[in-house]
Design a protein around this ligand. Structure first.
Ligand SMILES: [Ca+2]
Length: 337
């Protein structure tokens, strides 16, 4: 009987270990777990930023009003459909450059757009290359425009809105209104002083309202300029230079994480500074590229040429993500005819 038990045990042992699973060393398992935890942590941090953003937005707004507007909005939609489609000689403005493009206006240029019916229309450059429908929110090309400006200028917008290379900032209120209408992608076109071009695309680009100091949010990166908006490659850089979740700072309104000073004063332009930056597209315009000085205040995209190289050209533009699928992703540089 005891012999029988012995064999049974042996059989059980053979069954348990008969087909050995691929063995990892303890170190491998540790590394795997570590990576998984790190990914999970990154994911949770992203979520935390997003929820903070949403919470601030909720606290900064009177949402009972928005809800009732939504409710009455449903009714007014029905009501509107009863109205004639053309009412006199009222000019109807497109909500953004995608809407302009969809109306078969495929020539790049300045158009008057109106993302919110209760606010005045304004001029913006519509870039109809690279799939079309891009609303340009920022452009640097010649250093003629002063970007070292205060809060109200960045709030309302400034610059020239005439030539196709004129420098401007569309205005944080306008950008917020454009982005508040739905999901948007941000594309950033860059060029250095040798004429080489790079680009970066961020999904889910968002800007909070003024009560939350136009706090920045963006999702996944793609492109060939490097993910500088996230602060660079190592965790330490990201902690001090990532622009995700940062509020907007100007020389007269400091919302950065640099306690000893004001990043906008040091870096000569309004931006979503951390302490302080890995990207500074509103910085000082240095001709020639390499520069030096007490602060890295140039037109900087750190993951391409580092912080001590000031780029020749930058353009920030937005459009709904579904447009990306029909476009090429990269700018084809083919201006619409
Ligand atoms: Ca500060």
């Amino acid at each position: 009987m005891s012999m029988m038990m012995h064999w049974l045990l042996l059989l059980l042992l053979l069954v348990s270990f008969g087909s050995p699973a691929p063995r990892f060393s303890d170190k491998d398992i540790c590394l795997l777990d570590n990576n998984k935890l790190r990914q999970r942590l990154k994911h949770l941090q992203d979520l935390l930023y997003l929820y903070e953003l949403q919470l601030k937005d909720i606290l900064g707004n009177t949402y009972h009003r928005t809800k009732s507007e939504l409710f009455s909005g449903n009714r007014s939609v029905q009501h509107e459909t009863l109205l004639p489609t053309t009412s006199g000689n009222l000019i109807v403005y497109d909500q953004d450059c995608s809407a302009v493009y969809n109306r078969k206006s495929t020539t790049s240029g300045y158009y008057r757009i109106r993302p919110r019916a209760d606010r005045e229309p304004f001029l913006a450059f519509c870039d109809m290359s690279g799939g079309g429908g891009w609303t340009v929110i920022q452009r640097r090309s010649n250093g003629k425009e002063n970007f070292d400006r205060k809060w109200d200028d960045y709030k309302l917008g400034f610059g020239k809105f005439q030539g196709k290379n004129d420098e401007y900032w569309l205005g944080n209120d306008h950008i917020h209104d454009l982005l508040a209408r739905g999901e948007n992608s941000l594309k950033i076109d860059l060029m250095d002083w040798h004429g080489e071009r790079r680009y970066a695309i961020y999904e889910n680009f968002q800007l909070a309202n003024e009560q939350d100091n136009y706090r920045l949010w963006f999702g996944t990166y793609s492109g060939n300029a490097g993910d500088a908006l996230s602060g660079g490659s190592n965790f330490e850089d990201q902690w001090s230079a990532s622009h995700r979740g940062m509020q907007f700072t100007t020389s007269d309104k400091d919302h950065d994480r640099f306690l000893a000073g004001n990043c906008a004063s040091e870096n000569k332009g309004g931006w979503w500074f951390n302490r302080c930056h890995a990207v500074n597209l509103n910085g000082r315009y240095y001709k020639g590229g390499r520069y030096s000085g007490p602060h890295d205040d140039g037109l900087v995209w750190s993951t391409w040429h580092g912080v001590w190289y000031s780029l020749k050209y930058s353009a920030m533009k937005i459009r709904a993500p579904f447009f990306i699928d029909s476009g090429s992703g990269d700018g084809e540089n083919s201006q619409g005819s």
